[in-house]
Design a binder for this molecule. Structure first.
Ligand code: SAH
Length: 213
C-alpha cells in the first residue's frame, strides 16, 4: 500500500473532525495529519482508516480511535527529546504519533503476535522507537526510568504504582482507569511524593491485562 494525495486529503478531513470534537493542541492535530493510519490497518480496512473509529488489529485488540489518540497525546504534552513510555504498542499507530513529535519512545506489548508484526512493520517503514519490549507493561520499564511521560493505551482496573514511581518530577502519566468503561486520568508528578490527579472524561478501551506468570 502507498500513501497518496487522496489519503492525505482524508487525513486533513479527519484532523478537522477531531478539532471539531475539541482537541486544541496543534501538535496533536498535525501528528494526525502526518501519520498514514491506513498503513497500520489490514488492507481490508483501507477505505475506513480515516473514519474516527477504532478497528480490530488481530489478537482481539484494536487500534485506538483517532480522537482518543489525539486526546491522550494532547494530555501528555510531548516535547522533542522527551523520554516517553507507551504501554500497549498494538498496531503502533500511537507510537508513530509520538515519534512524529520527536519523542524517544519505549513501548511495551504483551501479545506476542502483535509485538512481532508491529516490529516487522516498523523496520519496514523506518519507524525507530528506542526500544520495543515484549512483556507486561503493568510493571513499566524500571531499567529505563524515569520518564517525562507515560501513556497507557489499554483500560487499567487501577493505576499501577510502578508507573507512577517511574515518572520524573514534572512528568505526566495518562491512563484510562476502569473496568467496563474508563475515566481518562492524568497524573502530574509534583515532587517525589506528590501527584496531582485530574479526571478527564469517559472512554472505552480493551483491558490492560496483568501477567499472572
Ligand atoms: N496504541 C495501540 C492500542 C492497542 S489496544 C494502537 O493504537 O494500536 C491496547 C494494547 O495493549 C493491545 O495491543 C494489548 O495487547 C496491549 N496490552 C494489554 N495489556 C498489556 C500489558 N499488561 N502490557 C503491555 N501491553 C498490554
Amino acid at each position: 500500500m502507498k500513501d497518496t494525495h487522496k489519503h492525505k486529503g482524508m487525513r486533513n478531513q479527519l484532523a478537522q473532525v477531531i478539532e471539531n470534537k475539541g482537541i486544541k493542541a496543534a501538535s496533536a492535530i498535525n501528528a494526525i495529519k502526518a501519520v498514514p493510519r491506513h498503513l497500520f490497518l489490514d488492507s481490508s480496512f483501507e477505505d475506513h482508516a480515516y473514519q474516527d473509529k477504532a478497528f480490530p488489529i488481530g489478537a482481539e485488540q484494536t487500534i485506538s480511535q483517532p480522537y482518543t489518540v489525539a486526546f491522550q497525546t494532547e494530555l501528555l504534552r510531548v516535547k522533542p527529546n522527551d523520554k516517553v513510555l507507551e504501554v500497549g504498542t498494538g498496531s503502533g499507530y500511537q507510537t508513530a504519533i509520538l515519534l512524529h513529535l520527536k519523542a524517544k519512545v519505549y513501548t511495551i506489548e504483551r501479545q506476542q503476535e502483535l509485538f512481532k508484526s508491529t516490529k516487522l512493520f516498523f523496520d519496514k517503514m523506518g519507524y525507530r522507537p528506542k526500544k520495543m519490549v515484549f512483556g507486561d507493561g503493568y510493571k513499566g520499564l524500571p531499567e529505563e526510568a524515569p520518564f517525562d511521560g507515560i501513556i497507557v493505551t489499554a483500560g487499567a482496573p487501577e493505576t499501577p504504582k510502578d508507573l507512577l514511581s517511574q515518572l520524573k518530577v514534572g512528568g505526566r502519566l495518562v491512563i484510562p482507569v476502569g473496568i467496563e468503561e474508563q475515566v481518562m486520568t492524568l497524573y502530574v508528578r509534583k515532587s517525589n511524593k506528590e501527584f496531582e490527579k485530574k479526571e478527564m472524561g469517559l472512554f472505552r478501551f480493551v483491558p490492560l491485562l496483568e501477567d499472572k506468570n
